[in-house]
Design a protein around this ligand. Structure first.
Ligand SMILES: NC(=O)c1ccc[n+]([C@@H]2O[C@H](COP(=O)([O-])OP(=O)(O)OC[C@H]3O[C@@H](n4cnc5c(N)ncnc54)[C@H](OP(=O)(O)O)[C@@H]3O)[C@@H](O)[C@H]2O)c1
Length: 239
């Protein structure tokens, strides 16, 4: 039977590739994001099993409203939505806005949705996979701190869902090209600099991360929970 899969941030980058992978396997996929036109375009490209759902996942009212549209049974929830604010003005107000913003964009987007659909996760088979970052383990200021918070939360979540036979795991990617995340900052020189920090001599692409997410969401991964799967070409270990 086809599974019901929800992929946040499924309109672009890693999320779209994750959604493509599930759709290709015949699963029903809901992709969630804030920009309607981006989601509609992605859903049209990914095929009839993919449905767009517009929702700002950092807004509790929007999440509550989305519950009407989300499936009554969710087999796989992929918390992939997130972003990083790079521009910052001077002073403590700007600092506070940045830290709060990164927390809202990367932590609350996952927490609000997961807690809201917790009762819809399929007992015995449900899978929650959350995308954090290598930044959670090697700094990167407010963004890294926010992604690290996902790790602590995931451990708590895995303990809570475990008795129902539902797993909760993290995929922590290194640098991934082909997404909107870096924008023009990821130029040729930066790609080469970052590739040189990995053991494989290349940065990642969305398919690398989608494969890790897909594995943790598979029925075969049912005895893996509370884990962090690093997907960074060996960058964390370093040369
Ligand atoms: N690319 C990398 O090198 C890299 C490395 C490590 C981790 N990551 C993580 O991987 C995940 C995917 O990033 P990506 O690289 O694929 O970048 P991306 O193309 O910018 O994807 C982020 C997606 O999240 C959605 N999103 C952001 N805020 C949202 C909100 N409040 N509500 C709903 N949707 C929201 C965006 O859509 P809308 O703007 O339309 O809402 C977008 O589709 C992120 O969590 C990122 O932190 C990326």
């Amino acid at each position: 039977m086809a599974r019901n899969v929800v992929v946040t941030g499924g309109g672009t980058g890693i999320g779209r590739t994750v959604a493509r992978r599930f759709a290709a396997a015949g699963e029903r996929v809901v992709i969630v994001g804030r920009r309607r036109e981006v989601l509609v375009r992605a859903a049209a490209e990914l095929g009839p099993g993919v449905t767009p759902l517009v929702c700002d996942l950092a807004d509790p009212d929007a999440v509550e409203a989305a519950l009407e549209t989300l499936p009554a049974r969710i087999d796989v929830l992929v918390n992939n939505a997130g972003s990083r604010e790079t521009a910052m003005g001077p002073g403590p107000h700007a600092l506070l806005a940045r830290w709060r913003g990164d927390f809202e964009r990367n932590v609350m987007t996952a927490v609000l949705l997961t807690e809201s659909v917790r009762d819809r996760l399929t007992p015995g088979e449900g899978r929650v996979v959350t995308v954090s970052s290598i930044a959670a383990l090697r700094g990167a200021g407010s963004y890294g701190a926010a992604k690290a918070a996902l790790h602590a939360w995931n451990h708590f979540l895995a303990a809570q869902l475990g008795p129902s036979g539902i797993t909760a795991n993290i995929v922590a990617p290194g640098t991934v090209a082909g997404t909107e995340f870096f924008g023009p900052r990821l130029d040729e020189a930066e790609v080469s600099r970052r590739a040189g920090r990995t053991l494989l001599g290349r940065i990642g692409d969305p398919d690398d991360v989608a494969a890790a997410v897909y594995f943790l969401a598979s029925p075969e991964a049912g005895y893996i929970t509370g884990e962090i799967l690093n997907c960074n070409g060996g960058e964390l270990l370093g040369r």
